[in-house]
Ligand binder design. Structure first.
Ligand code: CP
Length: 307
C-alpha cells in the first residue's frame, strides 16, 4: 500500500490502513538511527522547510534529524527570526517559500487550521507539527508506535489520557488515533478542562484521576496548557496537583504492568511526580526516540520514491 495523500494534516483524516502503513514504515527506519553512520540516501536532493511559529524542542529537532538522516536538506525557520516580525503574513511567507521550490513544509502554528490553509495554497507537501489546540498528528503517531512497540498491539488496550484535555492537540489526535486502532480511551481532568462534547469522540469521561486510571494499560499525562487558557480556570497549580498529579501511590490503581507516557515538556511535580517520570513505568524517552522514526517515515512516504 502507498500513502496517496499530499499532506499530513490530522489523524482524523487517516484510515487505519494508512496509520498502520506509517507505523510499519517508521519501525523499518528505527535501525538507521542505531548505525554508526546514521544516514541513508533516500531523500538526497529533496528539501524540507521546518516553519515554526511556536516554541518546540522535540518536534522541531526530530523533524530536522529525520530529514538529515534521510539525506534531505533541512531548513529551519522560526517566526522570531523571519520576516514575520516585520509584519509578513503567513500566506505571503508560504508563497515565498513555495517560490524556492522545497519538497515539504513542516509547520507549527498557534492558529488551528493554519497547516490546512497552507496545504490548499501551495503545491508542496504540508505536515502539521501542531496547530493551536486542534491536532498534533505526528505526536499521536509516535505515541501509537511506542504503545505498539511496548505492548505488541493497540487494539483492546485501556488508555487513560489525563489533564488539560480541552486545550490539548495531543489529546485530540490521540483520541482520533487510539479509538480508530481499537483502544478503549478514558479521559480525565477537572470539569473545566474537559470539552463538553468529548464523549461523542467515543471516549469514557471521568473527573477523577483515580477513577480514570483504574486497571488501565497506559496512562498518558498531559501538561497544563497555561498559554492557551483564556482565563484562570483553577485556583492554583498546587490544588491541581493535589487532585491530578500521577504519583507512586495512585499509580498502584492501574495494571501492574502499566506504562506511563507524556508528550513533553513536563511540569515536574504538577501533573507527574519526578520519580514516576524517571521511573520504571515511564516510556517518555522511548516516545522521543520513536519521534525521529515516525518523522522519517512521513517524509519518506510523502516525498520519497521507492526504497
Ligand atoms: N511533544 C511536543 O510537541 O514537544 P515540543 O513542543 O517540544 O515539540
Amino acid at each position: 500500500m502507498k500513502l496517496t495523500k499530499k499532506d499530513i494534516l490530522g489523524i482524523k483524516d487517516l484510515s487505519v490502513d494508512e496509520i498502520n502503513l506509517i507505523l510499519d514504515t517508521a519501525e523499518s527506519f528505527i535501525e538507521v538511527s542505531t548505525r554508526e553512520i546514521k544516514k541513508v540516501p533516500t531523500l538526497r536532493g529533496k528539501a524540507v522547510v521546518n516553519l515554526f511559529f511556536e516554541a518546540s524542542t522535540r518536534t522541531r529537532t526530530s523533524f530536522e534529524i529525520a530529514g538529515k538522516r534521510l539525506s534531505a536538506d533541512t531548513i529551519n525557520i522560526s517566526a522570531t527570526t523571519s520576516s514575520v516580525v516585520k509584519g509578513e503574513t503567513l500566506i505571503d511567507t508560504a508563497r515565498n517559500l513555495e517560490a524556492m521550490n522545497p519538497d515539504a513544509i513542516v509547520i507549527r502554528h498557534s492558529a488551528a487550521g493554519a497547516p490546512h490553509m497552507l496545504a490548499r495554497m501551495v503545491k508542496q507537501s504540508i505536515i502539521n507539527a501542531g496547530d493551536g489546540a486542534h491536532e498534533h498528528p505526528t505526536q499521536a503517531l509516535l505515541d501509537m508506535m511506542t504503545i505498539r512497540e511496548k505492548k505488541g498491539k493497540v487494539s483492546g488496550l485501556k488508555v487513560a489520557i489525563v489533564g488539560d484535555i480541552a486545550h490539548s492537540r495531543v489529546a485530540r489526535s490521540n483520541i482520533y488515533g487510539l479509538t480508530k486502532m481499537g483502544a478503549h480511551v478514558i479521559v480525565a481532568g477537572p470539569a473545566m478542562m474537559i470539552p463538553r462534547d468529548v464523549g461523542r469522540m467515543g471516549v469514557t469521561v471521568h473527573n477523577s484521576l483515580e477513577e480514570a486510571i483504574k486497571d488501565v494499560d497506559i496512562i498518558m499525562m498531559l501538561r497544563i496548557q497555561l498559554e492557551r487558557q483564556q482565563q484562570k480556570i483553577f485556583p492554583s497549580l498546587r490544588e491541581y496537583s493535589n487532585f491530578f498529579c500521577l504519583n507512586r501511590q495512585n499509580i498502584k490503581l492501574a495494571k501492574e504492568d502499566v506504562l506511563v507516557m507524556h508528550p513533553g515538556p513536563i511540569n515536574r511535580g504538577i501533573e507527574i511526580a519526578p520519580d514516576i517520570a524517571d521511573g520504571p513505568y515511564s516510556i517518555i524517552l522511548d516516545q522521543v526516540t520513536n519521534g525521529v522514526a515516525v518523522r522519517m517515515a512521513l517524509l519518506y512516504l510523502l516525498i520519497g520514491g521507492q526504497r
